[in-house]
Write a protein that binds this ligand. Structure first.
Ligand SMILES: [Zn+2]
Length: 348
């Protein structure tokens, strides 16, 4: 599980450019399901057929594979790269980051930073904007222009680091951890008897507006949707209202974006198996794939499962691996509980 996460994090999968990571995920999924399909946008669907017939529901799980990153906007006459962002990159964490520029080769660069000695006291105390930053590849201009073009992608170099206990950190754990959960759900289902047809979708383009979830929900035509993503873990400086404990179980979200009956049933299964769950509320549509799954086609009753993650959209996103295991187990138990008459839970 940890090795799969480690490998996933090192493969580039920038929103809108997911081909490479999709291939890798498809290979892994193939070992645990009946059929793997990839669409032209590189959503990856791992299908597992349960023991049931057509009266049993089709359940779609979604976790996004794409990551936030940067893109080359201009190459200046000294060979420094100007860049823009794809997805919600935090400008404050960019300075002095090591990056990979995906030109004709994979080129290591750094987001350059002016030494404090050369700054005025006012400049030293203010945050620098992305438009004033540049990337240094350590190469002469002519060579840079041979290797890099405007529009090339730039990803962060920040491999998975094991911390003490069961915590890990690194880039794009949002939401590669969710993709690992999809894979673990498939393995858990192999230990259970279940009737439903399960379609585990590693989605694309979530970070630019949950667009892969729209496409894949249309294709999968599910009766029930389960979105898996990360939410904010607790830190000393953040409000308790908006954050969740890193060691008190996965987070189940309530609000108009989620189906009340199915959400209640999911929490009931957690109680039955004595598994800890934290409850979050979202009064508006969430920023996750659940947003699009719920209103695709004629609408899909959807559940949202989230994992607490500290330092979201940075290169040190921190997560408790125990939550990957418990999320997968609970989702699999919920799926196995879907038997004839499951529609009753849609009434609330
Ligand atoms: Zn996410």
């Amino acid at each position: 599980m940890k090795d799969f996460l480690k490998e996933l994090i090192e493969i580039p999968g920038v929103s809108g450019y997911e081909a490479e990571i999709a291939g890798y995920i498809a290979n892994e999924f193939r070992q645990h399901c009946d059929e793997v399909v990839t669409d032209p946008f590189y959503n990856v669907y791992g299908i597992k057929r349960g023991a049931g017939d057509k009266s049993n529901p089709k359940v779609m799980l979604a976790a996004h594979m794409d990551e936030i990153a940067l893109m080359v906007k201009d190459i200046d006459k000294s060979g420094f790269l100007r860049f823009t962002n794809i997805g919600g990159v935090d400008q404050r964490i960019l300075l002095a980051q090591e990056v990979i520029v995906h030109g004709r080769d994979k080129l290591t660069g750094i987001v350059a930073v002016m030494p404090p000695h050369l700054l005025s006291p006012e400049d030293a105390s203010r945050a620098i904007e992305m438009k004033d930053m540049y990337i240094d590849l350590g190469l002469p201009c002519e060579r840079v222009k041979e290797l890099v073009q405007v529009g090339d992608l730039i990803t962060f170099k920040s491999p998975l680091v094991s911390m003490l206990g069961s915590f890990v950190n690194g880039k794009s754990i949002d939401d590669r951890a969710g993709v690992v959960i999809l894979n673990e759900v498939m393995k858990e289902l192999d230990k259970l008897v279940y009737q439903a047809e399960v379609c585990c979708v590693a989605t694309v383009q979530e970070e630019v507006g949950t667009r892969g979830a729209i496409i894949s929900t249309y294709r999968a035509e599910p009766d029930i949707g389960i979105a898996i993503d990360v939410t904010h873990g607790d830190t000393p400086d953040a409000s308790k209202d908006d954050t969740y404990a890193m060691d008190k179980g996965i987070v189940v979200c309530k609000g108009p974006n989620m189906h009340p009956g199915l959400t209640e049933r999911f929490l009931e299964i957690a109680r039955e198996y004595r598994m800890d769950c934290q409850v979050a509320v979202s009064p508006r549509p969430t920023g996750t794939d659940a947003r699009s799954m719920q209103i695709s086609r004629a609408g899909v009753p959807t559940i949202l499962v989230e994992i607490p993650l500290r330092y979201m959209h940075t290169t040190v996103e921190t997560l408790n691996l125990d939550h990957i295991k418990s999320a997968a187990r609970l989702i699999a138990l919920f799926i196995a509980s879907l038997k004839e008459g499951w529609q009753e839970w849609l009434r609330y």
